[in-house]
Design a protein around this ligand. Structure first.
Ligand SMILES: Cc1cc2nc3c(=O)[nH]c(=O)nc-3n(C[C@H](O)[C@H](O)[C@H](O)COP(=O)(O)OP(=O)(O)OC[C@H]3O[C@@H](n4cnc5c(N)ncnc54)[C@H](O)[C@@H]3O)c2cc1C
Length: 484
């Protein structure tokens, strides 16, 4: 369930100040009171202690971890259960905080002609598409955060990461489903009995990771249902372009999001502008195990958005295939590193989140980058357990705040028409009218949230924490002392 403190976030933001003014007026409802950028490659210093690392899972998180480690001279084997590598046929946003890292690794050349850089993101009123919020991405995000904000087809993103990992010398074994983790010996066994061992095992095996239970010494902490679900779909751009009522949406690359009571639709073009990607989300408390039996997916999806902006419903009527996904959020766990310090988890395995900040994969990329950085900074093997605890502390804080920010959007966007919705729209009005503002309910625009989300440098932050931990003797979580 959504945390009751969702409207009192622990991260820096002014996205909820519109509610404070409502509270002051006494008009708020009780339920809301429930308190290198630019593609340059550089050769980074090589690790003093090169490690042999086994990464489980070749998703975006596993590939990012492999790339970050390979660049610094570690050797990496990835074990992937699928018989061929790939991603689902949908889009993904690559926000500046992760794109800065990826481009500095040299991913840009593999994304050429595939990634789209949207000019901005427009929040639209559900019933008529009227702009109610706006974030200008170009050139602001490049200028302020040192990297463009991209949207891309997942398959293209995954393929680019795969190629870069191969170029750096990764060894990937497909059709290799890990069936057991030996945390004491940094060893795993795959179906069929073959075993692999190294200095460290990184579990990047997604939401249903079985490594989590091993790391938590047998405790079950599966991600929890949030009451949100999403349909993912794409529409052919040429069909839209030939419709005079829709072609304006394709004039410039942009993100458009329609928001209304309990529902929203996020859209953008992918595949170099050839495909129109849609994520249609709604509140849904039904049991996801029953969804497969449902033959009326398209009809249900259309019904959720009946009466919405005619432009939007017209696009929805063009969808001929959609997938419905439950949106889960990772449960709070007290560690990502097994007591042996030979097995750790990252990405969705550690911190799944609802996609309402478009940051799940970005957090996995940041995890990989931070791990690569800290493991390449240690000067001796005895420092590794300590380095992993510093990594865990820094990344847990960052990703749990992003989980919070994502859930908060699920509240801010889904107000029914009324006092909160009006105050929210009023708080975003200045950005639509191009006036100066200091706070916004739009977390892409709110200046404080923006710097926290997109200005974050995962490599620098973990390094700072590492250096501080060498001079500050205060204990880290689970009793490890920072002075070695
Ligand atoms: C609708 C939707 C929209 C989203 N939009 C965005 C967005 O715009 N931007 C963004 O940053 N994020 C977004 N996300 C989140 C993002 O998709 C995930 O956070 C990200 O893909 C997680 O990557 P991962 O590598 O941790 O896990 P996964 O992608 O789940 O990869 C895990 C891999 O491990 C493999 N595996 C699993 N078990 C085993 C095993 N036992 N042995 C071997 N291999 C195994 C799997 O086959 C898989 O390849 C969105 C998510 C959803 C649902």
């Amino acid at each position: 369930m959504v945390s009751s403190s969702v409207f009192s976030p622990s991260y820096p933001t002014r996205s909820t100040t519109f509610l404070e003014s409502l509270r002051r007026q006494g008009t708020t409802d009780d339920h809301i009171d429930d308190t290198g950028p630019n593609g340059s490659r550089h050769s980074p210093p090589q690790a003093a202690v090169p490690l042999k690392v086994i990464v489980v899972g070749a998703g975006l998180g596993g590939l990012a971890t492999a790339i970050a480690l390979l660049r610094r001279g570690h050797s990496v084997t990835i074990l992937e259960q699928a018989s061929a590598l790939g991603e689902v046929g949908a889009g993904i946003q690559i926000p500046s905080n992760s794109n800065r890292i990826l481009l500095s690794w040299g991913l840009g050349s593999y994304l050429e002609g595939k990634a789209v850089e949207p000019e901005g993101m427009t929040f639209r009123r559900w019933e008529n598409g009227k702009p109610i919020g706006y974030t200008k991405l170009v050139p602001e995000f490049r200028q302020n955060f040192g990297s463009p904000y991209y949207v891309v087809h997942r398959a293209h993103f995954h393929d680019a990461m795969h190629k870069l990992a191969l170029q750096l010398g990764v060894h990937i074994e497909v059709a290799s489903r890990v069936v057991s983790f030996n945390a004491e010996e940094a060893k795993v066994e795959v179906a069929g009995g073959k075993t692999y061992s190294g200095d460290l095992v990184v579990a990047a095996n997604g939401l249903k990771s079985m490594a989590r239970k091993v790391i938590l010494s047998g405790r079950e902490k599966p991600p929890s249902r949030t009451g949100y679900a999403a349909y993912r779909a794409t529409v052919d751009v040429e069909t839209m372009r030939s419709d005079p009522e829709l072609c304006w949406l394709l004039e410039k690359p942009s993100l458009n999001i329609w928001i209304g009571e309990d529902r929203h639709v996020m859209t953008y073009t992918i595949a170099g502008g050839k495909s129109f990607n849609m994520v249609l989300s709604h509140v849904d408390h039904s049991d996801p195990t029953t969804w497969n039996e449902n033959r009326n997916t398209l009809e249900d999806m259309r019904n959720y958005f009946k009466g919405w902006d005619p432009c939007l419903t017209k696009i929805i009527s063009m969808i001929d295939k959609a997938m419905k996904w439950p949106l889960l959020s990772g449960s709070k766990v007290d560690r990502w590193v097994a007591p042996s310090t030979k097995l750790i988890m990252i990405g969705d395995a550690a911190h799944a989140m609802v996609p309402y900040m478009s940051q799940g994969a970005a957090m996995a990329v940041e995890d990989g980058a931070a791990l690569g950085e800290i493991l390449s900074t240690v000067e001796s093997r005895d420092q590794i357990p300590h380095a992993l605890k510093v990594f865990e502390r820094v990344r847990m804080e960052r990703s749990s705040q992003m989980q919070e920010a994502s859930l908060l959007n699920g509240k801010i966007w889904h107000f029914a028409d009324g006092a909160e919705q009006e105050a929210r729209d009023e708080s975003m009005r200045a950005e639509v009218e191009g006036r100066h503002f200091v706070a916004s309910a739009n977390q892409w625009s709110d200046p404080v949230t923006q710097w926290w989300a997109y200005g974050y440098n995962a490599e620098e932050e973990v390094l700072k924490a590492w250096k501080a931990s060498l001079t500050d003797p205060k204990p880290l979580s689970n009793g490890v002392h920072s002075m070695l």
